[in-house]
Design a binder for this molecule. Structure first.
Ligand code: CA
Ligand code: CA
Length: 403
């Protein structure tokens, strides 16, 4: 009986102890607390390189905050730690006093920068929403024309109440983004005039404002009636160049790469053209109604599309007429003019015996008499007379260059 009583008493004591312990055991309370950064995102451009900016680490809707340990990480290639500012702790969070348990910063072997900050209150708890502290960063640069970004990541995040017990919460990682300057590609020269058939010239497509470009491709269109595309040259720093010419389709495409990033101004491709071997257009006096001497195509050669490649950054693209081009193309076109010499009937760049023989052969041609041929070489007329006569011949003799 005595043993039984003791047994019951012991059970009661155990129950009381367990219930008491349960009462005092730390409990994780439901919470809507959020840890964030601001501003978010942080957006920088090329001109911000070497400047500093502050990032706030904030807590929202917290109850009974008595301590925290937050470790943020980021890509140290883009931004680096400068300093931190804990005036919010002094002024708002725990003005009665706190103890900094840990404060470390550095760069890990993976290139991730970090700042770990652990603080415990020595006075009252904080409830509400406020900045906890600030971290000052330095903008290091994108090192390319493209957009680069890094998460400002909460690699460790613990909030404690005064029990102490964990405060459940969510974290929202920050985003840092920096845009490199916009590269430009364009043609040189912007105008080209040819006076004879098969007259050669080069259209050079150059790149400026380049930052660590390691490859490119292009598609150039041209007027295949006025122009013959002969070949293309891709050399200088570029390796593995390939190109393809589609004469009947009026297209040139190509690409190349570079083992080292290309900066500043660099030539992408030199495209070699001739004025057409078959297109002919001769000079005629304004007395020949409806005639124009210069055949002009202001958009004879143009960039249809282009891409620039980077290491560890997205490719930048251009498409003619596109709304989200990452490359400025200016000028995107080359204007071509075929401007024949006065009296050069065969467009060979000289007024010679060949032209003189041709016009003399046609002497006397008029409507009803070989006018289908005569019409082609009728260079000037007076009194509305359609005829190859002495005045047409004088156009040639007076501009005669010989050979
Ligand atoms: Ca000629
Ligand atoms: Ca005439």
């Amino acid at each position: 009986m005595k043993y039984e009583t003791r047994k019951v008493s012991l059970i009661i004591v155990i129950i009381l102890l367990v219930s008491t312990m349960a009462f005092y055991m730390p409990k994780t309370l439901a919470s809507n607390a959020v840890v964030t950064t601001s501003p978010n995102p942080v957006e920088k451009t090329e001109s911000d390189i070497n400047s500093n900016f502050d990032l706030s680490i904030n807590v929202i809707n917290v109850t009974n905050l008595y301590g925290f340990d937050l470790n943020i990480t980021w890509s140290n290639a883009l931004i680096s730690y400068v300093s931190y500012d804990k005036s919010s702790l002094d002024d708002v969070i725990w003005p009665g006093g706190y103890f900094v348990a840990n404060q470390t910063s550095g760069v890990g072997s993976n290139g991730q920068g970090y700042f770990d900050f652990a603080v415990a209150s020595m006075s009252t708890a904080f409830s509400g929403s406020n900045e906890l502290y600030k971290v000052k960063f330095k903008v290091k640069g994108p090192f390319c024309n493209s957009v680069k970004s890094t998460a400002i990541h909460f690699a460790l995040h613990k909030l404690s109440d005064s029990m102490p017990a964990p405060i459940t919460h969510t974290v929202v990682d920050g985003l840092y983004e920096i845009k490199g300057n916009t590269p430009t590609i364009g043609f040189s020269p912007t105008t080209q005039t040819c006076a004879k058939r098969k007259q050669s010239f080069d259209a050079t497509l150059g790149l400026s404002g380049a930052e660590n470009v390691v490859g490119f491709d292009f598609e150039v269109h041209f007027n295949h009636t006025l122009l013959d595309c002969l070949s293309a040259t891709i050399d200088g720093p570029w390796t593995g160049p390939v190109y393809s010419i589609n004469q009947t389709g009026g297209k040139v495409t190509g690409s190349a790469s570079s083992s080292t990033g290309q900066n500043g101004t660099v030539t992408l491709v030199i495209i070699h053209f001739n004025s057409s071997a078959t297109f002919g257009h001769i000079w005629k006096d304004t007395s020949i109604e409806g005639w124009i001497n210069n055949v002009v195509d202001s958009n004879a050669i143009y960039v249809q599309s282009a891409d620039l490649m980077y290491n560890a950054a997205p490719t930048l693209s251009y498409v003619k007429g596109g709304s989200s081009n990452g490359i400025t193309v200016n000028p995107d076109h080359l204007s071509f003019t075929f401007s024949p010499m006065k009296g050069d009937l065969n467009n060979d760049g000289r007024i010679s015996i060949v032209d003189l023989t041709t016009i003399c052969h046609c002497y006397g041609y008029k409507p009803g008499f070989h006018w289908d041929i005569g019409l082609q070489y009728d260079l000037i007329k007076f009194n509305d007379e359609d005829i190859i006569d002495i005045f047409d011949i004088i156009i040639i003799t007076s501009n005669y260059t010989g050979t």
